[in-house]
Design a protein around this ligand. Structure first.
Ligand SMILES: *Cc1c(COP(=O)(O)O)cnc(C)c1O
Ligand code: SF4
Length: 341
């Protein structure tokens, strides 16, 4: 007897686990597994394990697949592999280098600049970047439970001087489609909000997160969305990433990129130039190139100011102005980011 399709058990599509969550569940969670996949031997393992005990290790398989095998200096690997260098103390490197803890309007809601408030929509990320300036942020206290989110929304509704909300984290796209749509719904019902900005690394490190439901939420929002992605190296812009960025573009979203200038990752004119070109080819304009925030554990990524300005000056001589990111630094207490070049 032939099996009739109809007799197969029906799957309720609403209960299916989305692809991106399955990819997240199978991400590398132990440095040894990633080193093994890259055929790198075990020399870096003790340092990696010790540093991962302080700030956890997490790398999606798709992102790891863009790394070069047997290359301990791969610029993508360097961004995410814990290293013994993180454990050294350096003067001037502190847990909260950008003064986040002093900028709280309400738990999980920060304001530093006129008109804009930053909502920590999720404490989680799909990858753990070793240079992250929020690597020591106490999300459990300042982060994103539902009561806190409610209080933050009330505060935004009462703050008539705010016209732009920036969803940040962690990564705000760690919320699932349903929770994200609910949050956007709440925000667009606040009449004085005019724009919605989303700071996310998900399109770069887990492009399957860019679902059609997400694009639809953004496309139909009353608030014109600006998505600021975070790519540091041209090799991060794989075919899948380009497709995700195109989907966002088709939904009418303004796309910008911010990078961090990182020693051993993108501190060369050639890499920065290729990054700008690759971003443009995907419909993304370079926005900021951040000088490293001096967070404890990240000193080995620092590029000093003279070198940074010289790199950007050379970049400016080679590229059209709109492909040159603004070299910026965050100085706690200043009314905007400091534009250095
Ligand atoms: C960087 C940042 C912003 C955004 O600054 P722009 O210059 O508008 O990109 C807003 N709020 C906080 C707390 C920030 O750190
Ligand atoms: S994705 Fe962003 S917030 Fe998350 S670890 Fe990386 S730099 Fe930090």
């Amino acid at each position: 007897m032939r099996l009739k399709l109809k007799s197969l058990p029906r799957r309720d599509s609403g209960c299916q686990i989305p692809q991106w969550k399955r990819e997240l569940a199978s991400a590398f969670r132990r440095p040894g597994d990633l080193l093994e996949a890259l055929e790198l031997g075990h020399a870096m393992l003790p340092g990696a394990r010790a540093a991962a005990a302080k700030f956890r290790f997490l790398v999606p398989v798709g992102y790891a697949s863009l790394m070069e095998k047997k290359n301990p200096k791969d610029p993508l690997l360097r961004q995410v592999l814990p290293s013994a260098e993180e454990l050294a103390q350096h003067p001037g490197y502190v847990p909260d280098p950008v003064g986040d803890l002093n900028a709280s309007m309400s738990p999980g809601l920060l304001q530093k600049y006129d008109g804009r408030a930053l909502l920590l929509a999720s404490g989680a990320c799909a990858v753990q970047c070793r240079y992250c300036f929020r690597r020591h942020f106490p999300y459990a206290e300042g982060g994103a439970s539902s009561e806190r989110k409610f209080a933050a929304l009330e505060k935004l509704a009462a703050s008539h001087d705010i016209n732009e909300v920036i969803l940040s984290g962690g990564d705000p796209l760690m919320l699932d489609d349903h929770a994200f749509a609910a949050l956007v719904g709440e925000l667009q019902s606040i009449p004085h909000l005019a724009r919605l900005r989303i700071h996310t690394r998900m399109p770069i490190v887990l492009p399957s997160r860019i679902t059609s439901a997400l694009c639809e939420t953004l496309r139909t929002s009353r608030l014109p969305p600006v998505v600021v992605v975070h790519a540091n190296h041209p090799r991060e812009l794989s075919d899948e990433v380009q497709a995700a960025l195109s989907a966002l573009r088709r939904a009418g979203i303004t796309l910008l990129n911010q990078s961090v200038l990182l020693r051993g990752v993108n501190d060369s004119v050639r890499v920065l130039e290729e990054l700008s070109e690759a971003l443009f080819a995907s419909g993304v304009l370079p926005y900021y190139l951040h000088l490293l925030d001096r967070v404890t554990g990240a000193a080995h990524f620092e590029v000093d100011l003279p070198r940074a300005t010289s790199l950007v000056a050379t970049l400016r001589s080679r590229l059209p102005g709109y492909l040159v990111p603004r070299l910026a630094r965050e100085d706690p207490g200043c009314p905007s980011k400091t534009i250095l070049l």
